[in-house]
Design a protein around this ligand. Structure first.
Ligand code: M6R
Length: 589
């Protein structure tokens, strides 16, 4: 987590770094800092969000056309000014920003301290500038010292390093994302493309263990793995800067929820050749694992129900962080489908590494092409949802569901029928995200905003929707929300129901009879029933109407709850784009 950005060029660096940081804030927002260089370093850093710090410290007077910046999601050391990046060496000649975790920092720090180095923070990052300083003392130049320092780091990093006497940025990555932006006479290096998208669409995806040297005259990449200079090609992204801006919306969350009218369609715009290729690998696999974390995991769970229904196919769905426990079942004929919006989730990458080591084939489903996951996979499918900035996954979830559903249709030889059904959903989503529906959901949010608990139930496919809906509510409104399979209530959870306990019930044609009977059991114990259903029912105290969409129910039923979660956060005075303690890309294990 954490976001980093660097710039070298002819323009004033601070506005570029400041705007970049704001676009990277979804990665962490507990403290931030910028250092620029002209004849000397000029640095400001503090705790808080980028705008708050700017109000207090005013970044705009930092001079120079070269600089690096950081927005933090704390891992090592509390949220303090001292722990905010950039970090410097003893003499203040080297400045570093870092995203990732240096696992052997304690050992390195111990050695450096015994060599007389004075540390100012509790972070793991601070060992990096001190290490470079220590190596430089032995006569090596800044670039070579940085390469040597990187060789002794264990763990993951994307770093940008500056030396006070040199007009260059050393940018390196291992396990954490870093992309280079190339424009006329200037270079950018950042955790993600939107950070510099307003300046250039030309990008170089750094490979793992690449170290780039960015100067006024060019860019050179050295590979720590290959042990020499390497060529990395410049790609052009077709993202539009407007996709990375809020536009008329108050928050990215609401913008991205509304974008689902189009993103579901974009997800299924896959060529027949691509789909046929995936269908072929699925059919030829002996054992299929779907692995993911968080919301992407819920999409995999839904997919397992859809594949069982449409294709009578069994797949294993495993949380990425739990995957290594399946070691004994993996063979070179196993297909591992790794699903991740960012393509940078450490748990997913680790699980993939594990599977690759056992010879498994890796197919990934991602939203960020060029991410670590796409590069480490044998093949990948692009969700095409455009940048998802809000920490909460919304549009990427429905895109994952749409793509899985399309594959399920394709596997039963009904690709065109699947495309047609999924394309038709734009109509339904358009209605569900309309002002009238949002008003109705706001009415419900008013009733729920002071509740301590919300329960959610569903059966079959709708159980997976209940799980995702609970995650959405809890992570943005901080109301305890918990999902149960309808049939499990009587095995324990019903003991939690009290007078007025809200319970959201997801109803489909297939599960109607049984889930409504569960709703009645809750109601007779005082529960307040909210039905997400095609038809009204006397058991509902509040009805959110959604059309029956059969296999596509997960796509349509989650949308009102995404809006509800958003409204709850706003009514509780919270910032939906920046929920506490969370970051968009979880690049730590
Ligand atoms: O980028 P990924 O899809 O791999 O991210 C996985 C989870 O970290 C992510 O879905 C997380 O649970 C979100 N906060 C959900 O809204």
């Amino acid at each position: 987590m954490c976001g980093i950005i660097g710039y070298i060029g002819t323009k004033n660096a601070t506005p570029i770094l400041f705007n970049g940081l704001k676009r990277l804030e979804y990665r962490g927002y507990d403290s931030a800092g910028i250092v620029t260089l002209d004849k000397e370093f000029h640095m400001k850093k503090d705790v808080g969000k980028v705008d708050e710090i700017n109000t207090r410290l005013n970044f705009s007077d930092l001079p120079g056309t070269l600089g690096i910046a950081h927005t933090r999601w704390a891992t090592h050391g509390g949220v303090t000014k001292e722990n905010a990046h950039p970090h410097t060496d003893c003499e203040g000649k080297i400045a570093v920003v870092h995203n990732g975790i240096i696992e052997n920092y304690q050992e390195l720090k111990k050695n450096l301290v015994s060599n007389g180095h004075k540390f100012k923070s509790q972070t793991d990052t601070e060992v990096i500038p001190h290490l470079i300083e220590e190596i430089m003392k032995r006569g090596k130049n800044f670039h070579d010292s940085t390469l040597s320092a990187l060789r002794s780091l264990e763990g993951s990093y994307a770093i940008l390093a500056l030396h006070k006497n040199e007009r260059k940025i050393v940018a390196a990555r291992k396990g954490s994302p870093l992309v280079i932006g190339v424009a006329d006479g200037s270079y950018f290096a950042a955790s993600d493309i939107p950070a510099f998208l307003e300046h250039t669409k030309n990008v170089v995806y750094m490979h793992d263990s690449d170290v780039a040297l960015l100067t006024d005259t060019g860019m050179k990449v050295f590979s720590l793995l290959e042990g020499g200079d390497v060529n990395r090609k410049v790609d052009t992204v077709d993202w539009d800067i407007r996709q990375a801006e809020k536009g008329e919306f108050n928050h990215f969350m609401l913008k991205e929820i509304s974008e689902q009218v189009e993103t579901v369609q974009k997800a299924v715009q896959q060529t027949k050749e691509v789909v046929d290729g995936v269908v072929h690998s699925i059919r030829n696999a002996h054992g299929i694992f779907l692995i993911a974390s968080g919301t992407s995991y819920h999409a995999c769970l839904a997919a397992s129900y859809i594949l069982s229904k449409l294709n009578k196919m069994h797949v294993n769905v495993v949380l990425a962080s739990e995957f290594p426990h399946y070691e004994h079942f993996l063979t070179p004929k196993t297909l591992v489908v790794a699903v991740s919006q960012s393509g940078e989730t450490a748990d997913v990458l680790e699980a993939v590494k594990y599977a690759k080591a056992r010879g498994c084939k890796i197919l990934s489903i991602v939203n960020v092409v060029g991410s670590s996951l796409t590069r480490t996979s044998d093949s990948f499918l692009n969700l095409n949802a455009g940048p998802e900035i809000c920490v909460l996954a919304t549009k990427s979830y429905t895109s994952q569901l749409a793509l899985f559903t399309l594959l399920a249709y394709a596997l039963s030889g009904k690709l065109e029928e699947g495309k047609k059904r999924l394309n038709y959903l734009w109509n339904v989503i358009y209605h569900l995200t309309s002002a009238t529906v949002k008003e109705k959901i706001k009415e419900l949010a008013e009733k729920l905003k002071n509740k301590e608990h919300i329960f959610l139930i569903g059966r079959g496919l709708e159980y997976t929707t209940a799980l995702e809906a609970a995650l959405k509510i809890k992570e943005v409104s901080y109301i305890h929300a918990e999902a149960f399979a309808g049939g499990e209530l009587k095995h324990g959870p019903i003991a939690l129901v009290e007078d007025g306990t809200p319970c959201i019930v997801f109803v489909s044609e297939e599960t109607e009879k049984e889930i409504l009977s569960n709703a009645n059991e809750i109601k007779s114990r005082g529960g307040y029933i909210i039905g997400v259903s095609p038809t009204n029912n006397e058991v509902f105290d509040f009805w959110l109407k959604v059309p029956e969409a059969n296999n596509e129910n997960p796509i349509v039923q989650i949308i009102p709850i995404q809006i509800l979660a958003y409204q709850l956060a706003v009514l509780r005075g919270l910032d939906p784009d920046h929920p506490r303690n969370l970051a968009k890309s979880v690049t730590v294990k």
